[in-house]
Write a protein of this length. Structure first.
Lengths: 123, 395
């Protein structure tokens, strides 16, 4: 089972994702924007997350911007980007350098999400 | 000069013609008088002489007027030619001075029509061509201004659709997610409750489909519908789509079968997008066909392409609808759409997606017998030559 950091600006979606992931037996931490993501990651330096599940668009600091900063700090945790757009394209610029491990579209297909998490934790 | 002479000549001729008619008329009168006298037996010799004399006189008058007519015609002809030559000379000069600006106008119009809204002409030459040039440039300015406004409106519309789609997706994610969560604990729900949650889920999925279609359409319009193609096993693509459809078809007791050719090559395909197209075709077949209908997916290699047919034995599509079936918001006849829950966008989007893959999609139908939707996708590593040879052999 994995330790997963989930970020979304919608409390309802955080609750939903957290509930489903916990039902699958994962350990979940949440963040409401990009800055909280960075703070949570830094706090968990001793017991790092296995996967980040970040919403691409969040107010103040987006998931993409947070990831860019984390990658610059040398954090290599696998990341799944949750996007409202079917192709993940939402005007956040070039992200070829960010080592994104997959995209999850909204509404979330949880069976697919669980399969991706399994794939990422087992490799 | 000669033209003036011709005018005078014609006037003189008209006078002569009048004189001729008067003289002829008088001559006839005298002959008639003479014939009356002859009939009355008064001086028959003199009367006969008068009749002959008047006949001869009219002959002379006719000869004269004929000569005059010929001369006048010649004069008028010469005058006309002279006039035309003069006019031609004048025109040649005029045309020469208009030619350059007109050619510029023709060139600029062509550029404008071809979409180059920066096309303008140099204003100059005669005052008429200068006016024309100015008018053209003003028109081009106006066109450019309007095109700019239209582009901006288009961008605003695209932006709106993207934003609306994003904003709608979060609440939809919650509704769908929590409804699914409830169903995960189905054993703790009463059957009525479970059914209610399923209705919520069905409708949420329909909304999501509508939203996705609108988004795809807006992207397609903006030229931003993109695919991420990669070498893909065509057979697994089809099996994937058929599996996705399986549960839905069971509900209406329709038979879904597949027949996949053994040597199906790989295609360069965006897996999600091709599945979207195939599921769309299968959903249409499912929804427009009555219970118990048969739906078949056949795939084979056809030369340098993979050909996928979605065949049903439903009511078929009337020819007048078939012509427009890939246009947006075209749907089966109204009676059917009451029951069928589509958006009228599926086939328009499917066509855009298949064309992005470099493929084609076509529909054929026979009333009462069913419909065939045929998708053709370019295969990887199969040369066109084999198809040419094949069709050559068949012919």
């Amino acid at each position: 089972m994995a330790k997963i950091l989930v970020a979304d600006d919608s409390e309802t979606i955080l609750l939903l994702v957290q509930t489903r992931l916990k039902m699958e037996g994962h350990e979940v931490e949440t963040a409401a924007d990009g800055q909280e993501v960075i703070d949570t990651v830094l706090r968990a330096a001793d017991n790092p997350h296995d996967i980040f599940l970040l919403d691409a668009m969040m107010p103040r600091k987006s998931g993409i911007d947070a990831l860019r900063e984390l990658r610059a700090m040398g954090v290599e945790t696998p990341v799944l980007i949750v996007s409202a757009h079917t192709d993940g394209g939402d005007g956040n610029g070039d992200r070829a350098d960010l080592e994104i491990d997959g995209y999850v579209n909204k509404p979330i297909d949880f069976d697919r999400l669980f399969a991706k998490i399994t794939e990422l934790t087992e490799r | 000069m000669l033209t003036g002479l011709a005018v005078i000549g014609v006037a003189r001729f008209l006078q002569q013609r009048q004189d001729y008619e008067n003289a002829t008329s008088r001559s006839y009168q005298q002959e008639i008088d003479a014939r009356s006298r002859l009939a009355a037996g008064q001086k028959p010799a003199a009367a006969r002489a008068t009749i002959v004399a008047q006949q001869q006189r009219r002959q002379t008058l006719r000869d004269d007027i004929a000569n005059e007519t010929r001369d006048t015609a010649l004069l008028v002809g010469a005058g006309l030619i002279a006039g035309l030559t003069g006019a031609a000379l004048l025109f040649t000069g005029l045309i020469a001075s208009m030619r350059r600006p007109l050619e510029d106008l023709v060139d600029a119009s062509g550029q404008l029509a071809g979409g180059d809204l920066d096309a303008r002409v140099k204003v100059g030459g005669l005052s008429e061509t200068a006016t024309l040039g100015t008018a053209f440039n003003e028109m081009a300015d106006e066109l450019q201004r309007r095109a700019g406004e239209r582009d901006q409106l288009d961008r605003m519309k695209d932006e709106f659709v993207l934003t609306a789609s994003h904003e709608l997706r979060s609440p939809l994610t919650s509704v769908q997610g929590f409804a699914e969560l409830l169903l995960l604990e189905r054993e703790r729900l009463t059957p009525k409750q479970a059914e209610t949650v399923e209705v919520i889920l069905d409708n949420t999925r329909h909304l999501v489909r509508l939203l996705n279609d609108l988004l795809d359409l807006a992207r397609s319009d903006a030229g931003r519908l993109t695919i991420r193609p990669e070498p893909t096993d065509a057979a697994s693509l089809i099996e994937d789509a058929v599996r996705t459809m399986g549960a839905q078809l069971d509900g209406r007791r329709q038979e879904l079968s597949q027949e996949i050719g053994a040597d199906l090559p790989q295609v360069e395909a965006d897996r999600d997008r091709i599945r979207q197209v195939l599921v769309n075709l299968l959903t249409n077949a499912n929804e427009y066909c009555p219970e118990g209908a048969g739906i078949e997916v056949k795939a084979r290699r056809a030369g340098a392409e993979v050909e996928i047919d979605v065949i049903d034995n439903g009511p078929g599509i009337p020819p007048e609808q078939l012509d427009h079936i890939f246009e947006r918001f075209t749907r089966g006849d109204a009676g059917e759409t009451q029951r069928v829950g589509g958006t009228g966008l599926g086939l328009a989007i499917s066509k855009s997606l298949i064309e992005l893959h470099g493929g084609t999609i076509a529909a054929s139908s026979t009333a009462g017998k069913g419909s065939i939707f045929r998708v053709r996708l370019p295969a990887i590593g199969v040369s066109n030559v084999s198809e040419a040879e094949r069709s050559g052999a068949e012919a």
